[in-house]
Design a protein around this ligand. Sequence first.
Ligand SMILES: [Fe+2]
Length: 336
Amino acid sequence: MANIVLGIATSHGPLLSTPPEMWHLRAADDRKMQHPWRGGTYSFDELVKMRAGENLEFKASLDERVRRHTACQAAIATLARKWDEVKPDVAVIVGNDQMEIFTDQNIPTFLVYYGETIDNIPFSDEQRKRMPPGILIAEKSHHPDTPQSYPGLPDLAQHIIANLMAKEFDVAAAKRLPKTDASHTSGIPHAFGFVYRKIMSDRPVPSVPVFVNTFYPPNQPSTHRCLEMGKVVASAIESWKSDARVAVFASGGLSHFAVDEELDLSLIDGMKNNSEKALLAIPADSFRAGTSEMKNWIPVAGIMMNRGMKMNLIDYVPCYRSEAGTGNAMAFVYWQ
Ligand SMILES: [Fe+2]
């Protein structure tokens, strides 16, 4: 039977691959948006007033941005080294789509991809024109220079689907990923592309992408459901007739676009303390906008906790890009 030998959870936000002096590109968008934060929703100017005591101008200064960006690069390099050292045979990757390939025509709560190949395709000229500011600059973190086709893992994917169905998860399944004129991406979304490029260094092993709709109302799964989904995925891996050594990834988070260190630490401490209860105690309305990507971490954390694998927090780096506290808090963890 297959064995889970490694767990990796990594942030994947565009700031990781944007030079710190260019972080203002996304901050310009922040000024126009409303931001979920601690149960409310606020304008940029409201956040500046409410968070006046947090020394955010300093935290978003260029010197700090450079320092924090450098720390993130070191952490990503550590994860890539760990990947190389452990050399898992195959991977299951829990990530989300950000309206890259799904549209409001149909957004699955959970979807398992069971195709033979996973295409990772650079943006077309048409797609580039439609990008919001500050996204295109980070394309290299998830798209290769030329279209690539990576190995899928239909055998394990179908076994995971069968196990989820047997445990009454009515999971969506895709042998091909959707592509329409409205698609912002033509292959696998960035949550997965980031793992293939930055952690697996463009030499991906066969993998199963598991999609969680963290972002989009009205059908996001609860944290409890995410945790339970992880348990079924793990037991499917461990009952898969293979002697493969398997890695499980979580891609995304932590808090963004309004950074909330207190919230991030509640997730990190819950994982450190092997406490499902602590993870489930995080208020449901915390998981909005990019912060919702923590729901990719919860199933993976649950899998690792239940196997007694040791959690190693490589770094937690809140990356601020404005005096309103907008940005993206980054975290990098492995379990072994
Ligand atoms: Fe994302």
